[in-house]
Design a protein around this ligand. Sequence first.
Ligand code: ASP
Length: 354
Amino acid sequence: MRRIFYFLLLLFFSSTVFAQLNQNGKIAIAIHGGAGTIKREDMSPEREAEYRAKLEEALKAGHQVLENGGSSLNAVVAAIQIMEESPLFNAGKGAVFTNEVKNELDAAIMDGKTRNAGTVAGISTVKSPVAAARVVMENSPHVMMIGQGAEQFAEEQGLEMVDPSYFFTDRRYEQLQRIKDTEQQQLEHDGDKDSGDRRPGDQREGMLDEKFPDRKFGTVGAVALDQEGNLAAATSTGGMTNKRYGRVGDVPIIGAGTYADNTTCAVSATGHGEYFIRSVVAYDIAALMKYKGLSLKEAGEEVVKDKLVKMGGGGGVISIDAQGNIAMPFNTAGMYRASISPGGEMYIGIYEDE
Ligand code: ASP
């Protein structure tokens, strides 16, 4: 009898301690707004201020959710939706154009606790693609839905639908016109990938040279750790300017552009999707932590600054582990990024040297 009493007492105390731990649980969040040839000398002070302000707004919206005890899933969606609605980023409104002058959007979300995931690709009428990915994850038995089917499902789920013209912006339209003219050059570059590794002299240490001055990857993403210790990752994009033939990038490919697992990390990527798919970037970072015991930082640097550079894949990732460590490696001139650490320290960066 006494034993049972002590056992129950122990049970009571340990559950209180756990509850306490969760209550005092660390929270942290990181977001990105794309990587690429983003240089100080090309940026007007006004435009730079706009980016920093929007990153801060999105970051704080996500962090607020976590502070209020909300889930990491809610936090990443809150942060991303602010960037989807901003024409500054290549996601939602402001997405880049396909060769056929359309906006075809991809998005993904993953829950690190259950490793459930939802993704959508090639959609043009759902206002918030990340919300569409979430309903795929939560309200369907599937992981990925594409095109009209995904749009029909999103509508049935009560998501806000828009006319495709909602996503149009002059800036992206002009970008398409510029890239259309240089298509030949891009095709030549695409030929490079078949040769495998980059040519000697093509790289600075851990960085990719900018063969294409206009190349910016403005995808948005968020990763977060909530008070319960759960990780989540989400990414949303218009893909790449001038894409054709129903091209889909890494974003909605679980393990390539988006991944989350409570036992390792949550990752959201931005960059030249084809390389991120072939390198299974997000999962590779988690796998290096799990099987090789690397830290979040070491794993990210190995994948982004070594493996991807050798292949020729420009871009970067934001990542967070279960302790709230944050790493945001990239191999391009810049990456729009921001984070709030478990200690509450806020960081916002654009260029390589900050
Ligand atoms: N990764 C995206 C894609 O290839 C592009 C980006 O990051 O902006 O579709």
